[in-house]
Design a protein around this ligand. Structure first.
Ligand code: ZN
Ligand code: ZN
Length: 264
């Protein structure tokens, strides 16, 4: 009888992948995913000067992924492309960013069910649910180590599950009861409340989404894009940690988060 052995992915234990948070939330979103000498920029919602100041060697940048055209994610997208950095976004997002500016060769298009490789990172875009032209999230696989990171922000819902993610970088924008209390207290109007509910991820929906996913290999959950007025960082971290049993942190500007597979 022929026995077929299932290939076991080899994980490089010496990997030192880390995530640098340059900014998160409505003031701007920008993260640097770094492994060795390769940096992948996740969203560019800051002036280009601030992004480049945080990077010692610009030659290490292998590319940039843009989730959607809102300024808190795309402020420097065109400027980075002008510098010759490959900037990936959906066609709809690029059309909104580009406006009537000339098309650049480094403007690259991300398609769902299609994958691109940028240095050692293999990127798999998927559609998200937000009030933007054609928003995307990204699954990023480190080909050198097989580690997988999910980046999903500005989405009030996750349409599918993501098995086998080692790290989640995911929006947790507001707490439902806080939002409802603000409406009751007259601090926000019904239009804003309804818009938020159909464009951003709440703590409750994130908990629901995580409960539907197989988190067996997940080592870290990083909450991002917390709203200043409508979130409670300590409560969010505590609730996600308690419901998943997985190390959870809330991203904050200037934080450097090691992504480690230990105890594997
Ligand atoms: Zn947005
Ligand atoms: Zn945003």
């Amino acid at each position: 009888m022929l026995l077929r052995l299932r290939a076991i992915p080899t994980l490089n234990r010496d990997s030192d992948m880390r995530l640098k948070v340059l900014s998160t939330g409505s003031r701007g979103n920008c993260y640097l995913l770094q492994d060795g000498d390769e940096i992948l920029i996740l969203d560019a919602g800051l002036p280009i000067r601030r992004i480049m100041e945080a990077i010692d060697n610009p030659e290490e940048i292998v590319g940039c992924l843009i989730t959607h055209e809102h300024m808190d994610h795309a402020k420097a997208a065109y400027d980075l492309a002008k510098r010759g950095i490959k900037v990936y976004a959906s066609a709809g997002t690029w059309a909104a960013i580009q406006g009537d500016k000339p098309r650049l060769w480094s403007q690259c298009y991300a398609y769902k069910d299609w994958s691109v490789s940028l240095g050692r990172y293999q990127v798999f875009p998927f559609p998200t649910e937000h009030d933007a032209a054609e928003p995307m999230g990204f699954v990023i696989r480190n080909n050198a180590t097989n580690e997988k990171l999910l980046y999903a922000t500005d989405t009030f819902y996750l349409r599918r599950t993501f098995p086998g993610m080692h790290y989640w970088l995911v929006e947790c924008n507001y707490c439902e009861d806080q939002l409802d209390r603000m409406l009751y207290d007259g601090l926000i109007d019904i239009e804003l409340r309804n818009r938020l509910k159909k464009s951003h991820m709440s703590l409750g929906r994130l908990e629901e989404a995580l409960s539907l996913n197989d988190l067996t290999v997940t080592r870290k959950i990083i909450l991002c894009h917390l709203s200043d007025q409508r979130s409670d960082e300590r409560r969010m971290v505590k609730e996600i940690l308690e419901s998943t049993g997985i190390d959870t942190v809330a991203a904050d500007a200037q934080m450097e988060i090691p992504l480690e597979l230990a105890p594997f």
